[in-house]
Each structure stands twice: as structure tokens, then as C-alpha cells.
Design a protein around this ligand. Sequence first.
Ligand code: NAP
Length: 255
Amino acid sequence: MVTDMFDLSGRVAVVTGGSRGIGRAIALGLADAGATVVPTARSADDVQETVDRIEDAGGEGLAETVDVADVESVESLFDRVGEELGGADVVVNNAGINPGNALGTPDRVDPEGFDTVMDVNLRGAFLCARAATEHLQKDGGSVVNVASVGGLVGLPRQHPYVASKHGLVGITKSLALDWAPDVRVNCLAPGYVATDLTEDLTSDDDLRAAILRQTPLDRFADPEEIAGPAVFLASDAASYVTGSVLTADGGWTAR
Ligand SMILES: NC(=O)c1ccc[n+]([C@@H]2O[C@H](COP(=O)([O-])OP(=O)(O)OC[C@H]3O[C@@H](n4cnc5c(N)ncnc54)[C@H](OP(=O)(O)O)[C@@H]3O)[C@@H](O)[C@H]2O)c1
């Protein structure tokens, strides 16, 4: 049955940035598909809330903290996942930021802001994949890197973010080559999703209208609408999909 191919029972899935927004929705989606999910972020309370929601829905989860920009923190996370759950079969690299000091025309971008965005969005994803190597190669795992439409096209005044997401698309392809045929590695590229990250866009009438004019589906996505594509890429339903980028952008990049 095709629907059985989406079943993640018996798999362990680590989701970075699983404490709110898209990451929490993906964590809940993976748990709904049967995985034991480890949502992670820097805030322990917020990841525990994700686990509470997973358990309320009848699933299994384990709350863990990590700072993906810190190599020791990342390695210690995957050590704990190995000890407590036997390792990760799925890694969703979703943690991401786009802070004010990295936004603006090039002359206004703070060099430290540039580094911070790269450290979290790009280096952090690489560190997680690297730390999970043995886990993923044990039984044939899957990595889902949450990039953005900003990983496919340029966005004005978001230079570090766009650089980090283009880099993530590139690393996805290189990892897919190095780890084939055992481990699949793919990218998910959401368009505009209503979360804390885009609050400045959804709350500004002019910005919101400008984005909607470019979005054929004429709305921001709910975070839950990104969970389905993530479950697909993580699961055997995508068994012949690797090194790819799946857009979930309401048609934004179709223009
Ligand atoms: N929202 C959109 O429209 C959109 C569109 C395209 C792509 N994306 C991408 O989707 C991903 C999630 O975005 P979102 O909108 O859901 O953002 P969000 O609501 O701001 O959530 C970001 C998540 O990342 C975690 N995080 C941030 N820095 C971290 C660090 N150093 N170490 C570990 N975790 C960290 C946050 O938790 P803590 O702060 O507690 O660590 C939080 O769980 C990002 O990669 C983003 O670039 C979003």
C-alpha cells in the first residue's frame, strides 16, 4: 500500500528548531506518522511543550536542548539520542534565524550578524548531519534540510539569510552524493509561512499585500502545511528521492 510507505513507526526523528513554528509542526507530523520524535531547540520549556503536544496526540517524544551553532552541544545531543533511543533515523535541520542586524542593504549588514546567520542556518545543519553520521548510516536514514525559497532565488535586503539557504541547498546535494545509496538527503524550500520569524511581514499591511501579490495561492502557509512535505521526504514514500529540493511555496517561485 502506498499509504504504508509514509509510516515512520520504529524510526527516531530529531528535529532542530522543534520548539515552535515550522519545526514544531514538523515534529507533530512526524510523530503522527509513527516516529519517536526528539524536538530540540535552546529553550527547554518550549521543546517540552512540543513533546507534551505529541504525547497528548498519542505519540512518543523526548525533549532535548541544543545550540546548533555550538559543535560540542550538537555532538552531545546526538550522543544522548544514541544512548537513550539507539540513534536517529531521520534528522530534520530546521533551526533557522534572520535577525535584524543581518537585514538591510549591504552597507547596513552587521558582519557579526552575517556570521551568526551562517553559523545557525548553514554550519548548524552541517554539524548536525555530521554528528548523526553513524546513526544515519546504521539502518539507512534520511535528512531533511529546511531551506527556503531564499535558497533558490535572491531576496533583497536578506543577504546572509539567502547565502545561508543557498549554501544549505548546496550541502544537501553534496551530502546526498557522499551518503548514497544508504542515506537520502533532501531540501524543503518553504515560501512565506506565518510564524514568529515572519511576524514583521504578516503584521505590516503593505509588506503582506506585496507578498500576496507574488503568491498564486494568495495566502501565507500555516506551519502545518509544511509538515506533510517533510514527512514525505523523511519516509519511504520518497525512497527514490535524494539530492532534491521540494518547494512548498504556494507557487511563489513559479513566476
Ligand atoms: N516562516 C517562514 O516563512 C519560512 C520560510 C522559509 C523557510 N523558513 C525556515 O524554516 C525554519 C523554521 O522557521 P520558523 O519560521 O518556524 O522560525 P521560528 O518560529 O523563529 O522558529 C525557529 C526555531 O529555531 C530554533 N533556533 C533558533 N536558533 C537556534 C540555535 N542556535 N540552536 C537551536 N535551535 C535554534 C528556535 O528555538 P530557540 O530560539 O529556543 O533556540 C525555534 O525553535 C527556518 O530554518 C527558516 O529559515 C521559514
